[in-house]
Design a protein. Structure first.
Length: 759
């Protein structure tokens, strides 16, 4: 185990507390505004095909429609009515005056039926954003856009009855970021009172119960402040806000629970508060550091991934766990040394709750497991297998529904576009074709290839239409198309906005927008992106050209394939490093192997139930979903595995540390297992309940990705603290006997005692 400078920490206890107080005051201002510097859309650090497509669009077009918002306008009259026309013209003019908007496209400028709903009461405008306005993730133009729209409508004399929603990727990003911050605050507000109630039950004292809450809040505050600083040097995903809060509150309180419990035990043995604090640091403090290191391994593995989401969560997790461990092993013992017996106040509460802490129930359970270990293994293994089975049906992809918060303005705008059959317009696949230098996309040599590619993609039933220079006049043959573009300059003058969007000024780079049918889900869009890339690979008429596919679905596909290819390496690293750490800590071969295998069992079972609830929709209504998601976002398994593997290892370390202590004193494996289980069962149960409360609150948020993660973490902790630590681990330890501590552990011999010797 790890030796800590216990006596020095306790001796300087007042200065230790003062130092933490100063740190908290420094980071509070940054922590309260951290969501402003967090990015929503992830990006791949490595160059991908979709990233290359975005780069070509930025470089080739002076005012590319690479990022834009859709302003959905629903009115009480048809869009041709003068009232509706006045609203559209006023909104277009107001938006066009904004410095961050390069152009505004509407049914009034291009006259396309795509922009109008079947009942003629809904239409939308496309406001293209300048590249400068979208480069800085900490700055968003969405609030200003909404204020511009609102003030414009208020000034119009006959604008009553018109409903205007702003949607599109920038608006969706802004709403997800805002809602994530709101939900995080709400989850904290709901979790803290419940957690305090559990801690009061666990300790039977209000003062002792308050200390872990203080540690958890301090851990979150300081960690989020550090994250805000780190976000100035590298892109940090909005996921870090939720994960840092969940993990910080969970581990901060859990570690504090272990420290306070051990401190009270040492006081009850007759030690003074100073000596009890020193002994607590030497025993429980070392266990906390070991546990923290196992959690850190998972987050460290995430830093090695090439994705913004997983990398930033890895950084945030490392920071918050490190802060929580330091608080639990320095600040908390210092406070305990000062408080001493006052942590048991009020005394009447301890007397009223004394019945909860009677150990007879856990002792009976421990003896029962010792007498029937095989029965426990068979029963527990069967339950784990049944829960894990749905994992065989997991489908990785973007969920078909509820991916964007439905109650946000951007989500409602997206729903309105979907109702009018135009949702594919704002999230198309973007096929970029760049020809060799000094070649023209409108030449007789290249135009047939562009038309052939457009026609091949259009034949897929999932494609509603393909927009590009080869489809400007639908129905033209290749010869007619060549004749149409015989005077390309005149055509460009005739259709300036179209050509600015789809053809570079040197005619070398052209763009095709593949708009999916309205029935195609986000996961279906990813499948369509695969199909389009295969179609391009088979194309023989654009030889020598660089053809790449970008857009939201294509970038999601690149993210998924990149992360899945690295997932086995992440798993291997976490398993291997964790096993080595436990091997060093407990000087045993079987203990780390058993811990790694059983942790995989609990994580697999949690994933299985997650598939059942979210992907298949059994009980999805409890979490505010209107049906099965039909797919699991790729980041979820990676984040849940890396996070929960270390967190659930906490209980393994708590249990085995106590078992090892007893075994080192007595040399009796069965006795050590039963005593270790009975003495730690209450602590593990309360610690797990706190984790479940914290994580479970996030399962009821409005951002689906956070719901996935919160549910998966809560369920994994539940299974780990019950099925694994209370059933399978002690049962296997009973069966393994002296082999638990092989090699090299020699138990002390005492005369007249039943001693096992492990050689």
């Amino acid at each position: 185990m790890i030796a800590l400078p216990a006596r020095q920490l306790v001796r300087w206890r007042v200065w230790v507390i003062a130092a933490w107080a100063v740190l908290a005051l420094l980071f509070v201002p940054k922590a309260t505004h951290v969501q402003r510097v967090l990015a929503v859309r992830g990006m791949n650090v490595e160059q991908t095909e979709s990233a290359r497509a975005a780069q070509l669009i930025r470089e080739a077009f002076p005012n590319p429609i690479a990022d834009y918002v859709a302003v959905v306008v629903h009115g009480p009259v048809r869009y041709t009515n003068p009232r509706f026309v006045a609203v559209l013209d006023s909104l277009s003019a107001a938006l066009g005056r904004q410095s961050y908007i390069s152009q505004v496209i509407s049914v009034r400028t291009i006259g396309e039926s795509t922009f109008v709903s079947p009942d003629r009461h809904t239409t939308f405008l496309i406001a293209a954003l300048t590249p400068a306005s979208t480069n800085d993730v900490s700055r968003t133009v969405v609030p200003d856009l909404r204020e511009t729209v609102s003030s414009t409508l208020q000034r119009l004399p006959r604008a009553d009855g018109f409903d205007v929603k702003i949607t599109g990727n920038p608006a969706l990003d802004y709403d997800v970021r805002t809602i994530s911050a709101e939900d995080t605050r709400a989850a904290e507000e709901h979790a803290l009172p419940l957690t305090l109630a559990v801690l009061v039950l666990a300790f039977g004292a209000l003062v002792a119960a308050t200390l872990p809450i203080i540690v958890g809040v301090l851990a979150i505050t300081i960690a989020l402040g550090i994250v805000a600083v780190a976000a100035q040097f590298q892109t940090m995903s909005v996921f870090v806000l939720n994960i840092t809060t969940m993990v910080g509150l969970g581990v901060g309180i859990d570690y504090s629970l272990l420290i306070v419990t051990r401190f009270r035990e040492e006081l009850n043995r007759g030690l003074s508060p100073i000596d009890a604090a020193v002994r607590t640091i030497q025993t429980a403090g070392s266990a906390v550091v070991t546990s923290g290191l196992t959690v850190v391994v998972g987050f460290a593995a995430l830093i090695l991934t090439p994705l913004t989401e997983t990398r930033s969560v890895g950084v945030g997790g490392l920071i918050v766990v490190a802060v929580a461990v330091l608080l639990a092993t320095t600040f908390l013992p210092a406070a305990l040394a000062i408080l001493g017996r006052d942590i048991d106040r009020p005394k009447w509460l301890a007397r009223a709750l004394a019945w909860i802490h009677t150990p007879q129930g856990w002792e009976r359970w421990a003896r029962s497991l010792g007498h029937h270990p095989w029965r426990a293994i068979l029963g527990g293994g069967l339950v784990a297998a049944l829960l894990t089975f749905p994992l065989t049906q997991i489908r990785i992809g973007l969920p078909v529904r509820n991916w964007f918060p439905p109650d946000a303005e951007s989500g409602q705008g997206l729903a309105a576009l979907r109702d009018m059959g135009a949702s594919g317009v704002i999230q198309p696949l973007r096929v970029v074709v760049q020809l060799p230098a000094r070649e023209s996309a409108l030449s007789g040599r290249r135009l047939p290839g562009l038309k052939a590619l457009s026609d091949s993609i259009s034949r897929d039933p999932r494609v509603r239409e393909v927009r590009g220079v080869a489809t400007l006049r639908p129905g033209l043959s290749t010869l007619q198309l060549a004749m149409f573009y015989s005077d390309a300059d005149a055509i460009r003058v005739r259709y300036p906005e179209f050509f600015n969007a789809y053809l570079s000024t040197d005619r070398r780079t052209t763009l095709m927008d593949v708009i999916a049918a309205d029935s195609v889900s986000l996961t279906g869009m990813m499948d369509l992106a695969r199909h389009v890339r295969r179609t391009i690979a088979r194309s023989t008429r654009l030889r020598g050209a660089e053809v790449v596919v970008g857009g939201f679905a294509a970038s999601s596909l690149d993210l998924q394939e990149n992360l899945l290819s690295r997932f086995p390496g992440i798993v291997a690293m976490i398993l291997g490093v964790t096993a080595i750490m436990l091997l060093i800590a407990f000087r045993s071969v079987l203990v780390p192997l058993k811990a790694v295998v059983l942790n995989c069992v609990s994580v697999g079972a949690a994933f299985g139930v997650t598939v059942l609830v979210f992907q298949h929709g059994y009980g999805a209504g409890l979490f505010g979903l209107d049906g099965p998601t039909e797919a699991i976002f790729v980041v979820v398994p990676v984040l849940v595995f890396a996070t929960v593997f270390g967190l659930s290892m906490d209980y393994e370390v708590f249990l085995l540390t106590r078992v090892k202590e007893v075994f080192d004193k007595t040399g009796r494996n069965d006795h050590a297992t039963m005593e270790g289980l009975s003495t730690t069962a209450s602590t593990i149960t309360f610690a797990a309940l706190i984790m479940i409360i914290v994580f479970g609150n996030f399962a009821f948020t409005r951002v689906l990705a956070v719901q996935f993660i919160g549910f998966g973490l809560a369920l994994a902790v539940l299974l780990d603290a019950t099925l694994i630590r209370m059933v399978l681990v002690p049962a296997i330890m009973h069966i393994a006997g002296r082999w638990n501590w092989w090699p090299g552990v020699r138990a002390p011999r005492r005369e007249g005692s039943d001693v096992e010797e492990v050689t």
